[in-house]
Design a binder for this molecule. Structure first.
Ligand code: SF4
Ligand code: SF4
Length: 145
């Protein structure tokens, strides 16, 4: 009876040893995320029309935006002056990018955002614009044209 149990256990172990691995050796190896992965946002300030929709829809109110009149007096509307996301409260829900009418804010495949303080998780317009991560293809219909 005892020998049977050991054999059964060993069989399971041997089977698992030859099964293809589903884990990766992070951070040496990175995982390829699905195209709809909701990663840290990237901002294209030149596309922003300062409509404030992203800030209004945000369930955790972690977006702050300020606009200023267009520097060219011949043009109507505003341009972005400041744009901040507080990643200590952002839940990466994707709502801000869903409502953006111009795809000025998009989700990316970036997920690494470890910091030592909560204040460091407050990211400004420059940081969001320079986020080197690839924007999701699904958010870039304007790139295909
Ligand atoms: S992903 Fe969600 S929580 Fe984060 S800024 Fe956008 S709307 Fe707010
Ligand atoms: S929804 Fe888009 S266009 Fe409107 S303020 Fe936000 S980022 Fe800018």
């Amino acid at each position: 009876m005892f020998g049977g149990g050991v054999l059964k256990g060993l069989t399971v172990t041997l089977k698992e040893m030859i099964r293809p691995k589903v884990t990766t050796r992070y951070p040496d190896e990175t995982y390829t995320f699905p195209n709809r992965f909701r990663g840290i946002q990237k901002l294209y300030p030149e596309k922003c029309i300062v409509c404030n929709q992203c800030a209004m829809v945000c369930p955790t109110q972690c977006i702050t935006i300020r606009g200023k009149p267009h520097p060219d007096p011949a043009k109507k509307g505003k341009v972005l002056e400041t744009f901040e996301i507080h990643f200590d409260t952002c839940i990466l829900c994707d709502l801000c990018t869903e409502v953006c009418p111009t795809e000025a804010i998009v989700m990316t495949n970036q997920f690494e955002l470890a910091e030592y303080t909560r204040d460091a998780l407050q990211k400004d317009m420059t940081w969001l614009t320079e986020n080197p991560a690839e924007a999701r293809e699904v958010n870039l219909p304007w790139r295909k044209t």
